[in-house]
Design a protein around this ligand. Structure first.
Ligand code: PXG
Length: 441
């Protein structure tokens, strides 16, 4: 068992945590390496979630560790407000190099939430600079997750996150319906064949009601993660793109989870061959080793800021730690690791085994869906009557005890293994989850 509350101290209010339960049942991790956590009682637990969709190269990877250490000893901090340092410029160049053609500007933030709020602000300011300041509406999607800051939360569609703050969210926000359709698309391998027409709601309901000229941006996760791993139906994202283009609406792909190889390509936009106008990223840009996020901006949008803004600061926005040297060094280390180990391609190679392994749960107890794309997937359990979420939570707790970390989301169990995972590790991960499911009634 873990250390007592007394030894740990009582002063840490943990985020997104049942703090009272944690005090009774602590789960402490003291170190990590490659695909594994090491717990305070000395057990190795396979990190089947890349922690929180972050550690795409695994933990404590040497190139990342070295880059951070070297940077810390050379230039620990310099502001990016009217002052520059080379690590941020060179990382922006590398990220733009991985991005789809035309995305050649990077605005750094420290997190995904900040990246989302930054993207929404860029959209508003861009329209205003072009004389379309009347575009003030945003469109998100049910079950979408776009962080926890007020703007990102406003476009998110997870009721539990919104409830306490609903009175203070942004006005003028609409939500598309989500794309999960278990009745016709359960057990899809890869993208569901049916459902592209769900995108038409943007035009038929939301634009029809408000007029396209009032809408600044539509934001969606190409594959939604925290909402339970929802894979977009074939053709759905392309239709959203077409409708946005027709109505002059900025399309934002929130790639905080999909970015940096999760689908085998650097960004999901490339996997789906659908180009948004802005791409948000975070998490795996450093393989989780330091807080860093950002927005990739299409050239035309950036040009508008440079050409149409009055002399002086073109965009009144930024964070003290935007482009922090240590975070940017971690980003270089992560990109070096992805490159040297060819991890995006290795992830793509592993994806068929991942798919087979997940879909082998089809006949498992209480399983009502298995879904996957690239190295992201979920199995969904029937909710226990009167206790939604209990089955998945118990299964995940049991899996942790048996040596694997997977994340319960409602009654889904989410999987997001590092791209450096071997086939043997994948088999073992699924074996543990199979054992865990057997014990959950
Ligand atoms: N956008 C997306 C698509 C995300 O997944 C954020 C924005 C916000 O990023 P930051 O760095 O501000 O947390 C995220 C974060 C879950 C879970 O339950 C997922 C996230 C965060 C917390 C919990 O799976 N994703």
């Amino acid at each position: 068992m873990g250390a007592s509350t007394g030894e740990r101290g009582d002063h840490y209010w943990m985020p997104f945590t049942d703090n009272r339960r944690f005090r009774r049942e602590p789960r402490m991790v003291v170190s990590a390496h490659d695909g594994y956590f090491v717990t305070d009682d000395g057990r190795e637990v396979f990190d089947g979630m890349s922690t929180l969709w972050c550690t795409n190269a695994g933990h404590c990877r040497p190139l990342i560790v070295e880059r951070i250490a070297k940077q810390a000893a050379t230039l620990d901090f310099a502001s990016s407000f009217s002052m520059g340092h080379p690590t941020a410029f060179s990382l922006a160049e590398r990220i733009a190099g991985l991005a789809p053609d035309g995305f050649d500007q990077v605005f750094f933030t420290n997190s995904g939430s900040e990246a989302v709020d930054t993207a929404l602000k860029i959209a508003l300011a861009f329209h205003r600079l072009r004389g379309e300041g009347g575009r003030c509406r945003f469109v998100g999607r049910e079950r979408g997750y776009h962080g926890v800051n007020f703007a990102g939360l406003s476009v998110s569609g997870l009721p539990a996150n919104r409830k306490a703050f609903a009175t203070a969210l942004l006005p003028h926000v609409d939500h598309l319906r989500h794309t999960q359709e278990l009745d016709r698309s359960a057990f899809s391998r890869g993208q569901p064949e049916l459902g592209a027409e769900l995108a038409d709601e943007l035009e038929n309901r939301i634009i029809a009601r408000n007029d396209g000229s009032t809408i600044a941006a539509v934001i969606v996760e190409p594959v939604s993660g925290a909402g339970g791993v929802l894979i977009p139906p074939r053709g759905y994202l392309r239709r959203l793109r077409e409708i946005c283009t027709r109505h002059g609406i900025v399309l934002i792909f929130d790639e905080v989870i999909c970015g940096f190889g999760r689908l085998g390509t650097p960004f999901a936009a490339q996997h789906f061959d659908v180009m948004p106008d802005l791409i948000t990223f975070a998490k795996a840009v450093t393989s989780g080793a330091a807080p860093l996020g950002g927005v990739l901006v299409r050239r035309e949008i950036h040009d508008t800021f440079m050409q149409a803004s009055p002399a002086g600061i073109e965009f009144f926005h930024g964070y003290t730690y935007s482009g922090h040297p240590l975070a940017c060094a971690a980003g270089h280390g992560a990109l070096d690791t992805y490159e040297q180990e060819d991890l995006f391609a290795r992830g793509a190679d592993l994806a068929p085994s991942f798919e087979d392994g997940l879909h082998a749960f089809r006949d498992g107890p209480n399983v009502i869906d298995c879904r996957n794309l690239g190295l992201i997937g979920a199995i969904e359990l029937a909710p226990r009557p009167g206790a939604p979420g209990a089955r998945a939570t118990e299964a995940a707790t049991r899996a942790w005890d048996l040596g694997a970390f997977v994340r319960p989301i409602g009654d889904a169990l989410a999987f997001c293994p590092p791209m450096s995972t071997s086939r043997e590790q994948l088999d073992r991960l699924f074996g543990i989850v199979r054992e865990a499911l057997k014990t959950v009634a």
